[in-house]
Ligand binder design. Structure first.
Ligand SMILES: [Zn+2]
Length: 328
């Protein structure tokens, strides 16, 4: 099986965004040390709306100019080393402000579909153009901020106008509705790759777009209680490196996770990496062609970084190979 290690390369989107150094540079460096030994390459979905805003404000804000230079250099170094950078967009950056020290994020435009159509077209085009310029090639794959890529009919023209042919936003078998995110992927086909046309949750054989859904794993409430306990104990090895805050999870979603078995992302983030190998085995038994894993540098912990090394080692021993979206 081919394993896709995808990372959403972004700051936090809650009350504190955190810093480029702690959310991107430091954790990325540590994650690379682990995967390099196995010649595994990441596919990074870089938040291009953030980059766009950095550029827009860099003339008047020296701190943001510095951040843009740092991220640009990091992304170019990653590309040179064979990692694949693709497009991620959190549109709220476009509407956010910086006071010289901190960002105030606009949460009214969390998803692309919260943005008026004409503005979405400009935002998408300009953000992608800047990312393409930084990496030196035309990105062709997309992951929606908050996985919210529905209704796809609003996003489809953006794909067609900007040469996006691959999407990796679907979380099959799940539905989510919060103040920020909204999607319904309950009906997604049980496939690790398929083509679609007007809705990423519906397979269309002759569809012009390819969906590479995220792999999901049924997690028991026991795991979530363990997660709660780990957070309460504040053990050093489970503290995230990133120095910001995530947006709040919807209350009904928390209740569901703590009371019954619920599908969760196969991820390298924090304690959740502890079920990643079981998830891989499950996908292997099912005969999946791809195993698409998500991660966020900002959520890496000393524990998860060590566990990533162990996961890569076991996966390679089992005969699996690492790949990137560009290589598929
Ligand atoms: Zn994101």
């Amino acid at each position: 099986m081919k394993i896709l290690l995808t990372l959403d390369y972004e700051l936090f989107l809650g009350l504190r965004t955190g810093s480029v150094e702690k959310c991107l540079v430091e954790p990325m460096h540590k994650l690379l040390q682990k995967v390099d030994a196995f010649d595994a390459k990441f596919t990074l979905f870089a938040d291009a709306a953030y980059l766009y805003k950095l550029k827009a404000l860099s003339g008047s804000q020296p701190a943001l100019k510095h951040d843009l230079q740092t991220v640009t250099k990091e992304l170019q170094t990653l590309v040179k080393a064979g990692h694949d950078v693709q497009l991620h967009i959190h549109p709220q950056w476009y509407y956010s402000t910086f006071d010289g020290n901190n960002w105030t994020l606009d949460q009214q435009h969390y998803k692309l579909t919260d943005v008026p159509k004409e503005e979405a077209a400009i935002l998408f085009k300009n953000s992608k153009a800047l990312l393409d310029e930084i990496v030196g090639y035309k990105t062709h794959a997309f992951r929606a901020g908050g996985f919210s890529a529905q209704p796809f009919e609003d996003i489809k023209p953006l794909f067609l106008e900007n040469g996006i042919t691959v999407d990796s936003s679907a979380c099959p078998g799940t539905r989510y509705n919060s103040d920020h995110q909204q999607y319904d992927y309950l009906g997604c086909p049980q496939l690790s790759r398929y083509t679609f046309e007007d809705d990423l949750a519906v397979e269309v054989r002759e569809g012009r777009f390819t969906e590479i859904p995220l792999n999901m794993y049924p997690v028991s409430p026991t795991f979530y209680w363990r997660l709660v306990l780990t957070r309460l104990l504040k053990s050093k090895k489970h503290l995230k490196i990133g120095d910001g805050d995530s947006v709040k999870t919807a209350t009904d979603s928390i209740v569901e996770r703590l009371t019954r078995r619920a599908l969760s992302l196969s991820t390298i983030d924090g304690l959740k990496i502890s079920y990643l190998y079981d998830s891989l085995r499950k996908a292997e038994k099912r005969g999946d062609e791809l195993f698409c894993v998500i991660g966020h540098p900002k959520l890496a912990t000393p524990y998860s970084i060590e566990a990533l090394g162990r996961f890569c080692s076991k996966a390679v021993k089992d005969g699996h190979q690492f790949t990137t979206i560009a290589n598929i």
